[in-house]
Ligand binder design. Structure first.
Ligand code: AMP
Ligand code: MG
Length: 335
């Protein structure tokens, strides 16, 4: 039977001995299990099993040229899966792992080619979330996992978000409450002399520079070659209309709000505290600090699609280096 023909009665269970036992049974049987991490919920399958990995792409509707990140527990020897080519990697591991940093290494070919999309590299992540660690330690096999949402939709930060998107497409969601980080890990290419950020996240270029003295950014002009295949796709979008304004354009944003309201649409603003006082209407508040905003972003985008026909968002500016990572998500969500 093809995966797409299967229908599951998807269970959501708190993480305990019984649910972990069940999760291990499903995982070792080549099935999918969603699990919480400190960033977003992941949709996991055995990283070395081509068929299991194929199920991830089918369940999400993910483009087949967008490779998956492999998750392992703290004591797992990642060097069974990858080759370390530069000594700075050891410093980065020491400084940031476990944590929201995915490093892309030369693969030893153990991880499924379906997961790496035929690339000779593979991204490895060691999540810091205790719940993720419990799951990874219990199953004790490397787990390939993208975010546990339908492709292009807003990433899930609660078990309910996963259920909304993937109900019937997997047997089990492990519920670990709301994710604390809220946006996905930084993806860093460590196959080059200078480590290169392929996707920004909570670990910033300056944090990496402070440990190894150097860090670059991958090309992101539309004409440049894209090195992280996933970055070219539409992503993170809520199921309502969206518009994104700069902080200087509150007047224009208010005019759009008023126009949409007159048309009979349910309209909401989404902004941080620095903008909130300057606009009138329904508001979804993201918070004040960059950390708060990252924590709330996907939750508020999920809320927006339930309450609004039109979401009018504002550029985030807190002065933190994480602003750039937040704007990377928000710009794509509002395309
Ligand atoms: P997601 O699984 O949706 O959180 O996205 C993972 C991100 O990491 C995507 O942007 C992928 O393109 C990127 N990625 C994963 N593996 C690799 C790899 N081997 N080389 C370059 N980018 C990768
Ligand atoms: Mg994703």
């Amino acid at each position: 039977m093809k995966y797409s023909d299967r229908e599951y009665a998807t269970q959501i269970l708190d993480i305990d001995e019984n649910s972990l036992k069940l999760a291990k049974k499903y995982i070792l049987n080549g099935e999918l299990v969603a699990f919480p991490t400190e960033t977003v919920y992941g949709l996991g399958a055995v990283a070395t099993d081509d068929d299991a990995i194929g199920r991830i792409y089918a369940a999400k509707g993910r483009p087949s040229d967008n490779p998956l990140i492999v998750h392992v527990h703290k004591d797992y020897d990642a060097d069974k899966l990858v080759t370390v080519e530069h000594d700075y990697v050891y410093k980065l591991r020491e400084a940031f792992l476990p944590g929201p940093l995915t490093m892309v290494y030369k693969s030893r070919g153990v991880v499924s080619k379906v997961a790496t999309c035929g690339l000779d590299t593979v991204g490895i992540r060691v999540p810091s979330s205790e719940k993720a660690q419990e799951f990874l330690r219990y199953v004790d096999v490397p787990i390939a996992a993208p975010s546990a949402n339908a492709s292009k939709h807003t990433s899930p930060v609660t078990a309910a978000h996963v259920y909304e998107d993937l109900c019937g497409r997997l047997p089990l969601i492990l519920d670990g409450g709301k994710c604390v980080g809220g946006i996905e890990s930084t993806v860093l290419d460590v196959t080059t002399e200078t480590p290169i950020i392929l996707r920004s996240g909570l670990i910033t270029a300056d944090m990496i520079r402070s440990v190894v003295g150097k860090c670059g950014y991958s090309a992101n002009k539309p004409t440049d070659k894209i090195r992280a295949p996933g970055m070219k796709y539409r992503h993170y979008c809520p199921k309502c209309e969206t518009a994104l304004f700069s902080r200087a354009d509150v007047g224009k944003a208010q005019a759009l709000y008023d126009f949409c309201e007159k048309e009979g649409k349910r309209v909401y603003f989404m902004c941080d505290e620095g903008v909130a006082d300057k606009i009138k209407g329904n508001k979804l508040l993201l918070g004040k600090t960059a950390e708060e905003i990252a924590f709330n972003l996907y939750d508020k985008l999920h809320e927006a699609e339930n309450v609004a026909d039109m979401l009018i968002a504002f550029e985030v500016e807190t002065g933190s280096a994480i602003d750039e990572s937040i704007m990377n998500r928000l710009t794509k969500a509002c395309k």
